[in-house]
Design a protein around this ligand. Structure first.
Ligand code: TYD
Ligand code: MG
Length: 453
């Protein structure tokens, strides 16, 4: 068998491939992310790459049919997949080790009645998986467990079993005989994923791939797979809180900013159908520095709490830190407050936190961040029956945001009394439909007057 061997260099962060070593990745600009791998491309693999013949067609002759979808037992999972699992799709579920990826997919596999699932694990033994299934308390005869890491062996079992759905736990443990590299290397991950994709596409069976990522991205994997797979879901959450967020990063079959919420219990994951009630902290007395934002996460309105703490800097340089909200954006908002509304914040420490370990980049959060900062600064509480939804511009103007109706409706549903929005959003808005009072504001200055008189 003729083989040619050469070194290739990959960027751990973006998967960029280069024939020579680099200190800074020319594609993504990250430093020290270069890894060397021996690429042994056998003749077999070259042959296999020969494509089947396709001919160009005029677009009107291409027939399009609605994708067929399997409805999974978790509504939240269906939501992030764009309304169910598409037949023949390859879905990557990424997340840090220990976050609950195996639990999520095993539970899904066990709860899926009437469908045959092949759960392939290269990480845990069959007994370990059995123990987990016992812990989840679900029995399902149609869920088959296989411990295997060789892609060609997997294909063999796949053909025997003919499952309706496949779960691979995890992509980093797979090895393909076609790629001559150890498991977990970029060459191996790419090749194995391509083979799994081929199985999914040629047999029209959905395949889930579990992929580990660490905070610093030191384990190669999910990043480089993003363009191979159809859907990328990220499972995230704060270990200190019970709940977990499943976020759509990419989806060929639906919106790519959807979000599903789960809670990890002693016996598995439970879906959280009403996130707003869950995310708003229960408090009886009113404290300063808290404001509630009416945000949109994907297609879903969600009320989340922004908390700010403003105090005189103990040391010379004031500290600025934020969790769950972009720090640069926070600094910009603080500069706007300083310059446009005359608040002296430059000598103050400012800490910002989105409650419940949530992370959001919805611009509509701006107004509530500003309100929370002002409330903490003045030490005057804001009623916990008030909500905020608007973007703040550089000149201190309050800007309109998308889907204002859905935001107002959600706040209304949860019994809020007032919602502060941009005056540009208020134009032509039928406020009579809601019980909640809609307060339009034009500038940061207006907001201050409305809130603190
Ligand atoms: P796991 O699914 O193994 O994570 P991953 O596959 O992402 O590495 O989940 C591990 C954590 O979840 C572990 O710390 C134990 C916890 N857990 C529960 O709290 N309840 C449960 O019912 C199960 C199965 C796990
Ligand atoms: Mg696992």
């Amino acid at each position: 068998m003729a083989t040619k061997e050469k070194s290739v260099f990959f960027c751990k962060s973006c998967g960029n491939e280069s024939p020579k070593w680099f200190g800074k990745c020319p594609a993504c600009g990250e430093w020290n992310t270069c890894v060397e791998e021996k690429e042994v491309r056998s003749k077999k693999i070259e042959d296999r790459r020969q494509k089947t013949e396709v001919v160009p067609l005029p677009i009107k002759e291409i027939v399009h049919s609605e994708e067929q979808r399997i409805l999974l037992p978790f509504g939240e999972l269906n939501r992030v997949l764009g309304g169910g699992l598409v037949m023949g799709s390859l879905v990557l579920v990424g997340g840090e080790p220990g976050i609950g990826k195996s639990t999520l997919l095993l539970q899904t596999a066990l709860q899926l009645v009437g469908k045959k699932v092949l759960y392939i694990s290269g990480e845990e033994s069959q007994t370990q998986i059995k123990m987990r299934a016992d812990r989840l308390g679900i029995r399902n005869e149609d869920c088959l467990i296989l411990t295997e890491t060789d892609t060609q062996e997997i294909l063999k079992h796949f053909k025997q079993v003919c499952p309706d759905m496949v779960v691979i736990d995890s992509i980093q443990t797979l090895t393909s005989p076609y790629a001559d590299a150890t498991a977990g290397t970029i060459t191996q991950i790419r090749e194995s994923a391509a083979e799994m994709n081929k199985i999914a596409k040629s047999y029209q069976v959905p395949v889930f791939l579990i992929g580990h990522i660490t905070k610093d991205g030191s384990i190669a994997g999910p990043k480089i797979l993003e363009h191979i797979v159809d859907t990328v879901l990220q499972f995230e959450g704060d270990r200190h809180y019970g709940f977990r967020i499943l976020r759509t990063i990419k989806n060929r079959f639906g919106a790519s900013s959807e979000l599903g919420i789960f809670e990890m219990n002693a016996n598995g994951l439970r879906e959280v159908n009403n996130p707003s009630e869950f995310l708003l902290s229960q408090r009886d007395e009113e404290v300063s520095g808290i404001a509630i934002a009416a945000t949109m996460e994907g297609q879903r309105p969600m009320l989340i709490e922004t908390q700010a703490l403003v105090s005189t800097a103990a040391y010379g340089t004031p500290q600025r830190s934020s969790t769950g909200f972009d720090t640069r954006r926070m600094n910009m908002l603080l500069a706007v407050l300083e310059k446009r509304a005359g608040f002296r914040l430059s000598m103050k420490d400012v800490f910002l936190n989105i409650a419940g370990g949530i992370r959001s980049d919805d611009p509509a959060l701006d107004l509530s961040v500003v309100a929370a900062v002002l409330s903490s600064n003045a030490d005057i509480p804001i009623s916990n029956r008030f909500a905020f939804a608007a973007e703040v511009g550089l000149s201190g103007e309050i800007r309109a945001v998308t889907r204002i109706d859905a935001r107002i409706a959600e706040a209304d549903k949860l019994g809020f009394e007032k919602i502060f929005i941009s005056k540009y959003n208020a134009k032509g808005l039928d406020t009579k439909r809601f019980h909640i009072e809609v307060v339009p504001v034009a500038t940061v200055y207006d907001l201050v007057t409305e809130l603190f008189g």
